[in-house]
Ligand binder design. Structure first.
Ligand code: SF4
Ligand code: SF4
Length: 648
């Protein structure tokens, strides 16, 4: 019992004892920090790491904007975000204080002095700001308890106490206690022990994001929902086991701050689905920590504890990328986890969802499209509308895709686009036969089928000498401009691929437009806004047509999915059978809220979903028009060669 007071006395009054204890505790804390970091990260990192290459300057700028300036954190939750930013900025402002403080532990407390004038005041102001931030964030977490944050965590409470102690002891040491009185020394030790305790707690908790977030943000791609290329060793069939996780995945699942933004913004979750992107990441984190083997399987396997994630959740995903867009620490939930896990399940023949299997069976059979509609239907359409056939002499291949080939509204869009291309005097043509590019197959997880379709199409494009492709479908555009480029034979063709909004925006000076007033709300397709980063071109086009845009609550990159992506358009929705709310209905009600009588779209999937919702809501007074139809309706007479379109 006398040992503790003796030890306390020694560290307070003997410089040697103080240094020995300080160095021992610091060494132990650092060792625990490194050991836990090694357990959580490096013991799982595969070799080689295959560090992604890319514009380093741009990525560093992203770290500055998103991590240092806290732009994402503040953007999506302004109030909580500002308080979080105060804590982060306060920590940065405190760096020199902490270094000076710790250096005293080595130099000896007799060298203590007050923090230098200006910097002392500066740090004190930030200490108060951090305290304010901690009080507000703790109130939110422990009193308000928003659902997105999940269950209460003792570690969060401990970290809040330790950070607050750091600030309070700084303020006390700065002005209250004479230097180096006994009270000052006790205060110094409380500050030091709080700091060292944080060092131990951080890598064992979600606060590891303090260390990992800059790296995860640095390595995140510019746009959302990117599917990785399989390794070429023939053994990579998609993500199946924990040991196959890439180093970026290991980084991701350990960087999660458990804020719940991804789940809060997930449309599939918002309609009551069981998919929670946050839980997908945390399940993977738990699996990694506890030596899990297979990652995903059936619900029964999950209940039995042999897998961490149930297939049912994976196949609810729309690949809309909302989760990645809002994640403040750069986690990639979609292409690298959810879709890759689907791919693993499909490759191993472990999918029990009949609707997914039916989609693949339909696409495997000629004429290789997700609706199984014959080539004759397409032939009649393109011949009836006199679409020129691409023969290698034209500049542009107009890729119709399944939506424009077979959906009646899609065919109207194709015809409107024909008028625009003719009006701009572009030389163009369509393929005489088109199969699906394989988008629903790849997003659904059937890599083998996708590769078969991609190989066929690559041959056709090469034979026809295609150099430029325009598509009205953001899904096809993504496939041809991103996914296909992972295939060497396609990449070698060097084809330029654009979405029609990009092409039309460039053609505006050439088009003989007769702007006429109109008003629409514009629904940003996920694959265009988040997947390609295009939000301004469609608005610029509408503006040039004389059409004003009333924005929905969710617009631009913060758009809300129509419910079609991730192959969902082709997988009959169980929720329709259960007459529960569906994603398209939720989106339609956001659109209807604007009061607009026309909704402009830029994807053939969206009108199919929105029409369905309009019928359900008995709102046939809201017209749904593609950008191409609106532009074609403003072409001067004799410009293009079809009937004029009308919009409200
Ligand atoms: S991509 Fe969309 S649907 Fe899928 S998990 Fe993310 S937010 Fe949810
Ligand atoms: S994955 Fe990102 S958005 Fe989701 S809970 Fe974790 S940190 Fe938050």
């Amino acid at each position: 019992m006398v040992l503790i007071p003796a030890l306390l006395g020694a560290v307070l009054f003997s410089d040697v004892a103080q240094r020995v204890v300080f160095l021992t505790l610091t060494g132990v804390s650092l060792w625990l920090f490194c050991r836990t970091l090694n357990q959580r990260l490096f013991s799982h990192f595969p070799k080689p790491w295959n560090i992604p290459t890319g514009p380093v300057g741009k990525r560093l700028w992203r770290i500055f904007v998103e991590v240092a300036l806290q732009s994402r954190v503040v953007r999506d939750r302004p109030v909580a975000g500002i308080f979080h930013a105060l804590v982060v900025w306060g920590f940065a402002a405190f760096a020199w204080v902490s270094l000076r403080h710790l250096s005293l532990g080595i130099r000896g407390l007799e060298h203590a002095d007050n923090a230098p004038g200006f910097y002392g005041v500066f740090a004190a102001v930030w200490a108060i700001a951090v305290l304010l931030g901690m009080i507000a964030l703790s109130f939110r977490r422990f009193v308000l308890r928003p659902k997105a944050l999940g269950a209460l965590s003792a570690t969060s409470g401990l970290v809040a106490i330790l950070i607050s102690l750091l600030m309070v002891t700084y303020l006390l040491g700065w002005k209250t206690f004479p230097v180096p009185s006994t009270a000052w020394k006790i205060n110094w030790w409380v500050h030091t022990l709080s700091f060292l305790a944080l060092l131990v707690v951080i890598p064992r908790s979600k606060h590891l994001h303090l260390v990992l977030a800059p790296f995860a943000v640095f390595f995140r791609p510019e746009t959302t929902s990117r599917v990785r290329a399989l390794r070429e060793d023939g053994e990579d069939l998609g993500l199946v086991r924990f040991k196959e996780l890439s180093w970026k995945d290991v980084l991701d699942v350990n960087a999660c701050v458990e804020c719940g933004r991804c789940t809060e913004f997930c449309p599939a979750n918002q309609i009551g689905g069981s998919l929670s992107p946050k839980e997908i990441i945390l399940d993977m984190q738990r699996g990694l920590l506890h030596g899990g083997d297979v990652i995903a399987g059936t619900s029964a396997e999950k209940d039995a504890g042999s897998v961490c994630i149930q297939e049912q959740d994976l196949f609810q995903c729309l690949s809309c990328g909302a989760c990645e867009y809002v994640c403040p620490v750069g986690i990639e939930h979609v292409g690298r986890k959810i879709l890759d896990l689907r791919r693993g399940l499909v490759s191993e023949g472990r999918v029990s969802n009949d609707k997914v299997v039916t989609l693949f069976t339909t696409m495997e059979r000629a004429p290789h499209n997700p609706w199984g509609i014959t080539q004759d239907t397409r032939k009649k359409f393109i011949e009836g509308k006199q679409f020129p056939i691409f023969d290698g002499k034209q500049e542009w291949l107009f890729w119709l895709g399944c939506g424009l080939n077979f959906d009646p509204h899609g065919q109207d869009v194709a015809f409107a686009m024909k008028r625009i291309l003719d009006s701009a005097s572009l030389s163009w043509g369509v393929l005489s036969r088109e199969s699906c590019c394989g988008e629903p197959a790849r997003r659904g997880g059937n890599e083998y089928l996708y590769l078969q379709l991609a190989e066929e199409l690559t041959k056709t494009l090469a034979q026809n000498g295609v150099k430029k492709i325009v598509s009205c479908c953001p899904h096809c555009t993504t496939m041809l401009d991103k996914d296909y480029r992972q295939i060497n034979s396609y990449a070698a063709l060097g084809i330029r691929v654009v979405h029609h909004s990009e092409l039309i925006e460039g053609l505006l000076p050439k088009l003989r437009l007769e702007p006429s007033p109109g008003s629409v709300t514009y629904h940003d397709p996920c694959y265009l806004a988040r997947g390609r980063g295009i939000t301004q071109a469609p608005r610029q086009i509408l503006h040039s047509c004389g059409v004003s845009v009333t924005e929905t609550r969710h617009h631009g990159q913060n758009t809300f999915c129509c419910g079609a992506g991730g192959a969902q358009l082709f997988i009959t929705d169980d929720r329709r059978e259960q007459s529960a709310e569906r994603v398209n209905q939720k989106r339609f009600s956001q659109i209807a809220e604007t009061g607009a009588s026309t909704v402009a779209v830029a994807c053939p999937y969206c009108p199919i979903m929105l029409r369905d919702a309009a019928v359900h809501a008995k709102r046939d007074d809201i017209a749904i028009l593609d950008l191409a139809e609106i532009v074609a309706s403003r072409l001067k007479k004799g410009s293009g060669n079809g009937k004029p379109e009308t919009i409200a």
